[in-house]
Design a protein around this ligand. Structure first.
Ligand SMILES: Cc1cc2nc3c(=O)[nH]c(=O)nc-3n(C[C@H](O)[C@H](O)[C@H](O)COP(=O)(O)O)c2cc1C
Length: 151
């Protein structure tokens, strides 16, 4: 199996309520578990950032579905590359929202992801940095990670 990582940024079409987001993610977690896909979804200030990791064909197919989702627009692919190992092996889709304090572990993962994205796509550096800085300096992340979806 070839492990692939895919990251993108998009803009929300209408601001989703936390409840709507949580139901989107609960459904995604269920489907991702079946597809052996892990990753995280960050949202703040009208943006989504998502990491999908898993078998190449499964990730590509899921991304094709996500691209067509009317709940977001202006998708910018940041990273679509083979990976040696998963960044989020235990998260079928971790949702981060800017409403609470972030655990250090989550910030460490974001920092690693940022470093990876910067290395591959320098032209996106400023956009990615700006987005992540907002998440990290606000220190207001809410982790929605259903324990039953942990592997
Ligand atoms: C920002 C965003 C991220 C999403 N992430 C996932 C995901 O990781 N996995 C997933 O199955 N669906 C995800 N979706 C939903 C898909 O676009 C699509 O609605 C869903 O896969 C359809 O599943 P269903 O027809 O079985 O309900 C996401 C949607 C949005 C807007």
């Amino acid at each position: 199996m070839s492990l692939f990582g895919l990251m993108y940024i998009s803009r929300t079409v209408n601001t989703l309520t936390p409840t709507q987001l949580q139901s989107l993610v609960a459904r995604a977690q269920h489907k991702n578990q079946a597809l052996n896909i892990t990753g995280m979804l960050l949202t703040s200030d009208g943006y989504f950032f998502q990491l999908l990791e898993g078998e190449e064909a499964a990730v590509t197919r899921l991304y094709q579905t996500i691209v067509q989702d009317p709940r977001h627009t202006d998708l910018t692919l940041l990273f679509n590359e083979p990976m040696d190992k998963r960044f989020c092996p235990t998260w079928n889709m971790l949702l981060l929202m800017n409403t609470q304090i972030s655990p250090q572990q989550t910030q460490d993962k974001i920092t690693s992801l940022l470093a990876m994205a910067k290395k591959k796509y320098l032209q996106k550096e400023q956009l990615i940095s700006d987005l992540f800085c907002r998440f990290m300096t606000l220190r207001q992340l809410d982790v929605f990670n259903q324990t039953e979806n942990r592997q």
